[in-house]
Design a protein around this ligand. Structure first.
Ligand code: DX5
Ligand code: ZN
Length: 222
């Protein structure tokens, strides 16, 4: 598995938009379509108003596929559940700065476990909230929708925050990826790239496309 840097464009289809009655076929479809990473949205019905799946799903995919697993924990107590996702085979684990935990400690534990370290912030959360942690992460996830559901409209008002994250990275000699998640498709990806994002999560625009391979390529080249 090639290690991507923030200078690479990474396309991460979100399994949330897949047909859950045929998960393995859907994962294979994403891999054949050229997905770099698979984005796995874990929701606890508490941190967000939806329940998706947990470590058993992550593990089932890990055991039967080779793709890099980008696990996005939209859960209130990521510190409590973290070991289960490590054990399940996550490659990168992203936790929210708004969740109820000692953020620095959780990030340290993700790294110690040998996973890449991600930190997410919601559209309403200012960049200043994540600044204390930026030297401890491999990826900053700037949500471009209020998390909880796929298929929502991209919030372009988040773009200035991405520009801030990019500028901060340059000023401080850091190398975290900037990931965007929510409402990404070939029409909105250019704004995210222009602001400084390099990892594009795309659920409905890839899994629901008639030709998933073409959709992934169009987003990559947008
Ligand atoms: C939103 C999730 C997203 C979602 C994106 O809460 O974090 O990853 O699957 O879905 P689309 O691409 O359909 O907006
Ligand atoms: Zn997500």
């Amino acid at each position: 598995m090639i290690d991507r840097t923030y200078q690479d464009r990474v396309i991460a289809p979100s399994l949330l938009a897949a047909d859950f009655s045929r998960v393995q076929e859907e994962v294979s479809r994403a891999i054949s379509a050229g997905a770099d990473w698979l984005h796995l949205d874990v929701m606890d019905g508490h941190f967000v108003d939806n329940i998706s799946f947990g470590p058993a799903m992550v593990n089932a995919i890990h055991e039967t596929n080779d793709i890099f697993l980008d696990v996005h924990l939209m859960i209130s107590r990521p510190d409590h559940y973290l070991p289960r996702f490590v054990e399940a085979g996550a490659d990168l684990i992203t936790v929210h700065v708004e969740a109820d935990h000692d953020v620095a400690e959780t990030l340290g534990r993700i790294k110690e476990a040998g996973c890449q370290v991600g930190l997410a912030l919601n559209p309403a959360t200012p960049f200043s909230e994540v600044v204390p942690f930026l030297d401890k992460i491999d990826l900053l996830l700037c949500m471009t929708v209020v998390p909880g559901f796929g298929g929502q409209a991209f919030m372009q008002e988040v773009m200035p925050k991405i520009e801030e994250a990019k500028a901060y990275r340059e000023q401080h000699g850091l190398s975290y990826h900037i990931e965007v998640d929510g409402g990404l498709k070939k029409e909105t990806a250019p704004q995210a790239y222009a602001a400084g994002a390099n990892v594009i999560v795309a659920g409905s625009s890839t899994f629901n496309a008639e030709d998933m391979g073409a959709a992934v390529q169009e987003i990559r080249e947008a």
